[in-house]
Ligand binder design. Structure first.
Ligand code: F6P
Length: 512
């Protein structure tokens, strides 16, 4: 970071702190939980964001607020919601919040019109106006799949109006699994691609059409719905205009589940619940837009992220959902956070000399406790952890299930912080727990559509806030391009590669 960067002196100050142990922070400040826990109220219920088991202190918060000021956080946030350019390398705005009704008026209006069109189609399917639809195979990849897969899995377990399968991988095994679970006579295909050119998606879509045709469907393309920001490409590909659901170019792929990319979610859970999901996200938008400094839960989370990644050198951050329905959240967050902030130059193109996005990973509790938590408690890596749980159970079995689930969630956070020694004499180093390991807890009243929307929007804004504090562009993703180009070159058969790659191609029979 150049010395002329207004952030430099603040980082210098921040780096001089020596963190007291977490337990000491609690002992020294009886208001700690109150200061670092904030409840965001939703229309029904709410979410508690408890960052008290992190090393954030009043002093840190003061200085991180200074850092936000030096990073022109307020101005960047204003630009985000005003629909101004926040993605300078591509000259684009990032208008996912407009899809939830929070943003530039004209973008919100456009999004509403497009949503009304989507609603008609979703309701027509539910009313049977398009014939019997029992299954939907949603084909897309990256941002065109991860959000829909997460939301469908989280919200449609009890009552799925239509059986939805999300297929992303080009590996035909994935598509075959969906075929095996669907009756071609009652299956619709959604082709989801912002660009409508992604090779995996277009290849899978062709194979799905073939499958329908081979199984007696007379008009396979009549069963296709296209979800895209490139409607002209979908027309070219053969989709009827009435079944093309467009969305705006200014919505990034990994921020697109709120747009027509969310079609399978609405098909699975119903229109009302889809709108509730948007409403939950809009509540978080308003919180992020209108709340200053440390009281803003997204910004506060980003302060802690910066503390651990930049000041403590943590290379990863983990998310454990003590809720089976959120099993796909870590996958979703991996793209959101790593594709957004896994950068090595600033928004102005200067090389950065500090770590940017940590590696996001995670899983579900309590499963993960019996697999990877050993390293969290006793390994040599310091891993800041987020725990996510719901007070209301997602099951109707004996309440003991949910009680044990929640108890374990809270116990893990407490144990990571407290540490101790499990041996009889308290001296066995193999049984020693260093403790002072940080975690944050996100506790939802219930995991319904509105809450999921708010939870996802919280992570979107946290990611943006991190990018602003680091001075990087969260909205481009050129890092995915080189590998794609090389795959094309290999297919074209013209380019030559390194000796190892050439040998692999030969071994697999892909070259002579
Ligand atoms: O290759 C990465 C990426 O461009 C993601 O950013 C995007 O979500 C995904 O591919 C799919 O792109 P599309 O929606 O255009 O098919």
């Amino acid at each position: 970071m150049s010395l002329s960067d207004p952030r430099a002196p603040v980082w210098k100050k921040l780096s001089l702190h020596r963190d007291p142990p977490l337990l000491e922070l609690f002992a020294d400040d009886p208001q700690r939980v109150e200061k670092l826990s904030t409840r965001v109220e939703l229309d029904e219920g709410g979410i508690l964001f408890d960052w008290s088991k992190t090393h954030l202190t009043d002093l840190y918060l003061d200085e991180f607020e200074e850092l936000a000021e030096a990073s022109q956080f307020d101005e960047m946030r204003r630009k985000l919601f005003a629909g101004e350019v926040v993605n300078p390398t591509e000259g684009r705005a990032a208008e996912h919040s407009a899809l939830r009704g929070v943003g530039k008026d004209s973008s919100v209006e456009e999004a509403e019109a497009l949503r009304a069109r989507m609603q008609l189609l979703v309701e027509a399917i539910h009313e049977g106006a398009l014939g019997e639809v029992k299954h939907l195979i949603h084909i897309g990849i990256g941002g065109s799949a991860l959000g829909p897969a997460l939301a469908v899995d989280a919200l449609s377990r009890d009552l799925s109006l239509v059986d939805v399968h999300v297929v992303s991988n080009i590996d035909g095994v994935a598509l075959e699994a969906a075929f095996a679970a669907c009756d071609p006579a009652t299956t619709m295909i959604a082709v989801a691609s912002k660009t409508f050119t992604t090779i995996e998606t277009m290849t899978n879509a062709q194979s799905a059409l073939k499958w329908l045709a081979q199984n007696g469907v007379s008009d396979p393309s009549g069963r296709v719905v296209a979800l895209t920001a490139a409607p002209e490409k979908a027309v070219e590909w053969g989709v009827d205009e009435t079944r093309i659901l467009p969305f705006s170019e200014s919505v990034g792929g990994r921020y697109s589940l709120w747009s027509s990319i969310g079609f399978p979610i609405a098909v699975a859970i119903g229109w009302e619940d889809f709108e509730l999901m948007l409403q939950g996200a809009a509540t978080m938008d308003a919180h992020f837009r209108d709340t200053e400094g440390r009281d803003n839960v997204c910004l506060r989370a980003a302060f802690a992220d910066q503390l651990y990644t930049r000041l403590r050198g943590c290379e990863t951050r983990a998310v454990f959902c003590y809720d089976e329905r959120l099993g796909l959240l870590p996958d979703y967050l991996q793209q959101l956070e790593m594709e957004s902030n896994g950068k090595r130059v600033t928004a102005e193109g200067e090389p950065v000399d500090f770590p940017t996005a940590p590696i996001t990973w995670g899983g579900v509790g309590t499963d993960a406790q019996h697999a990877v938590f050993q390293l969290l408690h006793q390994g040599t890596h310091l891993v800041p952890v987020d725990f996510i749980a719901s007070i209301a159970p997602g099951d109707e079995l004996d309440p003991a299930h949910h009680q044990i689930l929640l108890t374990n969630c809270f116990a893990q956070g407490a144990a990571l912080m407290a540490g101790g020694n499990m041996s009889a004499d308290g001296k066995d180093p193999a049984r020693a727990f260093p403790g002072d390991r940080p975690s944050a807890t996100i506790l939802c009243d219930d995991l319904d559509s509105e809450t999921l929307g708010a939870l996802i929007a919280f992570h979107e804004h946290r990611t943006f806030a991190n990018a602003v504090l680091m001075g990087i562009n969260a909205f481009d993703q050129f890092g995915v391009e080189l590998g794609k180009k090389m795959a094309k070159d290999i297919e074209g058969g013209e380019a030559s590669f390194d000796a190892s790659t050439e040998a692999l191609l030969k071994a697999a029979g892909l070259s002579e």
